[in-house]
Design a protein around this ligand. Structure first.
Ligand SMILES: [Zn+2]
Length: 80
């Protein structure tokens, strides 16, 4: 592998490290700001897809929520 000048370069797009282009070092390579931005957008779009496909999985229905809450406090204990 040739690496002229022994400069670090982005493992994703090949961008060489410059004074005004810092690279984030990883275990086996580097990543530049542009690629971080792009990756962030991609990951964010995954999150939106996941949220859209199964948004209500852990939501309780109102009656289930009431039953759940009733388990934590018996309303009769505080009323006369
Ligand atoms: Zn890059």
């Amino acid at each position: 592998m040739s690496n002229p000048g022994n400069k670090a370069h982005c493992s994703f797009c090949g961008q060489e490290q410059e004074a005004d282009i810092p690279l984030i070092a990883g275990e086996e390579g580097h990543i530049c700001e542009e690629c971080v931005r792009l990756a962030s957008q991609v990951v964010a779009s995954w999150g939106r897809k996941r949220a859209a496909t199964r948004p209500l999985k852990n939501l309780l229905k109102p009656m289930e929520l009431k039953e759940r809450l009733d388990q934590y406090g018996d309303p009769r204990c505080c009323s006369l």
